[in-house]
Design a protein around this ligand. Sequence first.
Ligand SMILES: [Zn+2]
Ligand SMILES: [Zn+2]
Length: 389
Amino acid sequence: MPIDKSWICKPRNTIEYANGLNVFLDIAFQHANGPVIKCPCAKCGFKKWQTRDVVQEHLTCTAFPQNYKTWYLHGEGSSVIESMVATSAHVIEDLLESQNPMEDMLNDAFGFAGHDEDTEADDLQTNMVGDEGKTNFDELMRDNNEPLYEGCTKYSKLSFMLKLYHIKCMSRMSDKAMTMILELLKDAFEHAKFPNSFYEAKTVITKLGLNYVKIPACPKDCMLYWGEDNEGLEECKRCKTSKWKNKDKKQYAKILRYFPLKPRLQRLFMSSKTIESMTWHASKDNQDGLMRHPRDSEAWKSFDLLHPEFANDPRNVRLGLAADGFNPYGNMSTNHSIWPVVLIPYNRPPWQCMKQTSFILSMIIPGKQMVGNDIDVYLEPLISELKDL
Ligand SMILES: [Zn+2]
Ligand SMILES: [Zn+2]
């Protein structure tokens, strides 16, 4: 039943206003997680947490904000908030249920159903990730079953290395620092099974399968040395610039780093943590007409009408593409700059798809100048992969 909100526009000394305010407070505190809510008065501006008495006083002395019609910050039937609470509870449950998160992660990553000897599942498995994937999986599993040192129950060889690598990435530690730390650890704890070098750690991590390919490109952005026709060429078809910076050392003049999309999408559907969110866009219809997600837009809806076959299966992936140049060395006077191209999976709910961790890095284009329209050249592998899908 819709809540009567006509009182918001009434003078503050009327009985309607006082009653209405009480209804608002009832709803807000029913949904609050404690004795305080964010006060909507002009002074607190939805930022300060106040008790019921204080909020009531503030909203009697100053007006209730007139355009706050859906009380979504105060628990009013917003599907977004409800499903948000449901999702976080789900994630916690997942964590509690899982006895060995590392094993689960490997199973998710390689799409393994279990540890049984079921040959049918095994075949399916091999079909999905290929023989190479299966060997990698076996090797990683072995590392995972090997304790870091004798008697260690907390860390396996693999989980320790992943934790360390995670710290390296989060704190932007240099490769050199990582190598030095590994050397120190190895020196201090002789019996522990640390990786021998940073290089070895990296090889193990690449086995998890999120690799990139290097594709040589014309330094003037005319073409990629990619695909059957162009792969073997030595100079650009259009401007005749050489493919090489230094042919003897096998250095290319310009390299595009391309991150294949398919394994990344597979990963999204394989992981128990993300598969549910991949059909979110079709699950709850937005009734209030507010724009919260691209699926609420006219463009999205008319696309569905034009391509009913695609729209019928909510698992079909909708991606947004964004590119921006940034200077990795922080100093704008140096002329190193790279252009990352990022894909955003719009299947997922708004509070997930715009998170940095959901972004799919598609490629890194090096270059001093903005590529502008020449970006088409670089998007070629991505477009071909999308067509394939
Ligand atoms: Zn206030
Ligand atoms: Zn060229």
